[in-house]
Write a protein that binds this ligand. Sequence first.
Ligand code: SF4
Ligand code: SF4
Ligand code: FES
Length: 224
Amino acid sequence: METKKVNITVAGKTIQAREGETIIHALWQSGLGHEIQTGCVGGVCGACTVTLRFADGRQGSTDLACLRPVEEGMEVFPFPVDALASPPPVSDPNEDQLRATFPTVDRCTKCDNCTIACPMGIPVMDSVLRMQKGQLEAVAEDFTTCIHCGLCRAVCEDKVLPHTMGIWVRRSLGMSVDHPVLDQASKAEMSDREELEWEHLLNCDDEERLKRAKNFRKEGTIVL
Ligand code: SF4
Ligand code: SF4
Ligand code: FES
């Protein structure tokens, strides 16, 4: 049975897509993959965030092109949020280190735009207020489901950088936890293999790199 076709518009270009496929698959099929950034293609990284308008007058929304199925008359607008270098995490972070790394934290005017924009329902503004008070464990908890779409950053007129700070807190607390047994075991077992893998990654040709990546995906382990 032939799959039903629907028409969607992406950045002003109308294309035909197969009903049920995701926006990103429809773009790839049409040779327009470059219109939208992608990363994980699994709803985790937020690189493919788009804004949507619907033909039946439903309120528009933001969504992830790698997860959202196409529908007739859907209009898709790429949402370019430039990558921003993230300051390195620190061990045992505290309020002062957060402030020194991100002086933007005190610029928050409590407009709540970031919370409204967040597609994951994260209480972004409340979390920024927790950052100001140094409640970092709670902040890390808040950002557990962050998909890095950057919407909270894009809508913040005061350029507070909420999710960059939230992720910094998560990473900093994460690297402050000791796992002595695990650390020892993985260091002993992995160091030689990791070093060799780095050598391959830095030196081998594109074909070899692709072969190794495919193999890793299949086997789930580095083969030297
Ligand atoms: S959008 Fe910016 S200023 Fe507004 S609440 Fe969020 S962080 Fe604060
Ligand atoms: S916190 Fe910001 S970056 Fe994370 S999912 Fe929400 S809007 Fe996206
Ligand atoms: S590509 Fe990572 S969330 Fe869509």
